[in-house]
Ligand binder design. Structure first.
Ligand SMILES: NC(=O)C1=CN([C@@H]2O[C@H](COP(=O)(O)OP(=O)(O)OC[C@H]3O[C@@H](n4cnc5c(N)ncnc54)[C@H](OP(=O)(O)O)[C@@H]3O)[C@@H](O)[C@H]2O)[C@@H](O)CC1
Ligand SMILES: [K+]
Length: 503
């Protein structure tokens, strides 16, 4: 797991490292500038004209150190230090002196009026105006500078975080006063803001650079937010016991499909079978029998009394895990049948798609959802259940609170799917690609999670591992098919390879 700390916490980690490694603050800045410079040199040639914009704090200190190191490495660097209040942080002042001691430098300290340099498409701007010390939206001269940089065609590389962007909550920020970076090289940990879709235009590509903050304090400082890695998931999948039989891997029940939406049931069923469930029964409306039996001889079928939609289900105690929703439709009979199911079911359920919409239409049902159930909404479905949000930060906070209030697991789907648990933790998934934003992709995810639950994984683990498997299979499908051309069943087809890659 990669911890995601708030910018306030990162400041504490910096401080602890300085005191206990020990290392002086200026040397920690030097360390940050060194890793930044080596990553930068790997990406941009020495023929590139570099324009460094430095601010008054330690983000500026980094920028000035980077300007020095790039000059040393043979780059042509022009540096502008913005110092309108004539007050530099200690490390910034020191790095200014170090830069001034160099022989061939182009350095301007801006105190009052400023004529900005012409920026061209082939130039690279290094943005070191503000980092984690930003404490209010940018205004005045700084906002004007940001707009000037944004209007240029130059490539922009941000130090730590694009200037003007807060690490977490940007609801009250002014989007016109935030740097649009092409690349953000950040120190130590990803920032929460990097994972929210409305910030993508500011951050561009991002990469975490290790500045060796103290491992003890990293391990002992709690955080609710983490980024899932492949090693975390590899640990989930143990080798199968040689004496295992199909009963060992559970019997899953999928309640899905309605007239015109049988495809969703098929997609979900196939993904469940491909994700290791021992047995699968699919409860579908009568008319779907032939379709399902022909497509998947491996699955058993439990037919609804109704030909076209879900109207009742019985015998649910026999199943190790149950998912409901893909292609279910919103018929009033189905709403009643869902209510009845919620009255009798004791195990955690996977609730997806139309089942979520039925819950949204009758919020009383929320109280009946068994504890530790898994809800897998995309943002619009979540808004229907929990109310509109003004942006994805607000939605994330709501999902986190919702998961705690209702003691469920909310899998909020997106580019970085967020798995919010009943204890308040949020696990972000970092794999997958935009090609997966295609019809039926969510049905596949439901089938995967259902299978993992059937095999005895805890709901939170099944959600985190399921989302990771789904993303990994999607990435493999994109290599084979391209993001444009892939369809949901391509994701399922790659599940085998995804398992092999992870294990
Ligand atoms: N040893 C370390 O600590 C390490 C730190 N590192 C680096 O330091 C960065 C954090 O540095 P930082 O804390 O000095 O904050 P930074 O973002 O440079 O700016 C603070 C200045 O901005 C000002 N200010 C704020 N908002 C403003 C606004 N809207 N408009 C105008 N002014 C505004 C604020 O002044 P104020 O007016 O609030 O008094 C203050 O002067 C971090 O991102 C990383 O790059 C790494 O090198 C690792 C080691
Ligand atoms: K910056």
């Amino acid at each position: 797991m990669i911890k995601i700390f708030s910018t306030d916490k990162v400041r504490e980690l910096d401080k602890y490292t300085i005191q206990n490694e020990p290392i002086s603050s200026i040397d920690l800045v030097e360390r940050a500038a060194t890793v930044f410079t080596s990553e930068f040199c790997r990406r941009y040639s020495k023929q590139t004209r570099i324009i460094v914009f430095a601010g008054q704090g330690n983000n500026g200190a980094d920028a000035l150190a980077i300007a020095r190191m790039l000059t040393d490495a043979g780059y042509r660097v022009e540096t502008y230090l913005f110092n309108p209040t004539m007050r530099l942080s200690e490390d910034c002042e020191l790095n200014k002196q170090r830069l001034l001691h160099m022989e061939k430098i182009e350095f301007t300290e801006v105190v009052n009026d400023f004529v900005p340099p012409e920026l061209e498409e082939r130039d690279v701007v290094i943005d070191g105006l503000f980092g984690s010390g930003l404490n209010r939206p940018l205004t005045g001269g700084f906002a004007a500078m940001v707009r000037y940089i944004n209007q240029s065609d130059a490539t922009v590389v941000a130090i730590d975080i694009p200037s003007g962007l807060f690490g977490e909550d940007n609801r009250k920020n002014d989007p016109d006063s935030i740097i649009h970076a092409d690349l953000t090289l950040t120190f130590g940990f990803p920032k929460l803001a990097f994972l929210l879709p409305e910030n993508a235009e500011f951050i561009g590509e991002w990469k975490v650079l290790d500045i060796l903050l103290h491992p003890e304090i990293i391990a002992s400082t709690p955080t609710q937010f983490t980024l899932v890695t492949e090693e975390d998931i590899a640990a989930v999948f143990q080798p199968r016991n040689r004496f295992a039989h199909k009963g060992t891997f559970g019997h899953a029940l999928l309640i899905a499909g309605s007239h015109g939406k049988m495809g969703a049931a098929l997609l979900s069923a196939k993904a469940c079978l491909r994700s290791g469930a021992g047995l699968l029964t699919v409860h579908i409306p009568g008319r779907g029998e032939q379709i399902l039996q022909t497509a998947f001889p491996e699955a058993m079928v439990d037919l609804d009394q109704h030909q076209d939609h879900f109207s009742s289900v019985s015998g649910i105690k026999a199943y190790s895990s149950i998912a409901i929703g893909p292609g279910l439709g919103k018929h009033p009979d189905s709403a009643k049948a869902l209510e009845q199911l919620l009255q009798v079911v004791e195990k955690p359920l996977v609730i997806d798609a139309d089942a979520l919409n039925l819950v949204a239409a009758n919020k009383d049902l929320l109280k009946r959802i068994p504890p530790r159930s898994i809800l897998t909404p995309h943002p619009k479905e979540f808004d229907r259940i929990a109310g509109e949000s003004s942006n994805s930060y607000e939605r994330l906070k709501k999902a986190q609170a919702f998961a705690i209030d209702h003691q469920v697991c909310v899998v909020l789907k997106g580019a970085y799917t967020a798995i919010c648990t009943a204890t308040g933790n949020v696990y972000f998934n970092n794999c997958g690609n935009p090609g997966m934003a295609t019809a039926g992709s969510g049905d596949v995810l439901t089938g995967i999670i259902l299978a993992l639950l059937a095999q005895g994984l805890e709901p939170e683990t099944a959600s985190v591992a399921g989302v990771f498997l789904h993303g990994t299979a999607g990435d493999l499908a994109a290599v084979y098919r391209s993001e444009e051309s892939m369809i949901a069943s391509d994701i399922t087809d790659m599940l085998g390879k995804a398992f092999k890659q992870i294990k």
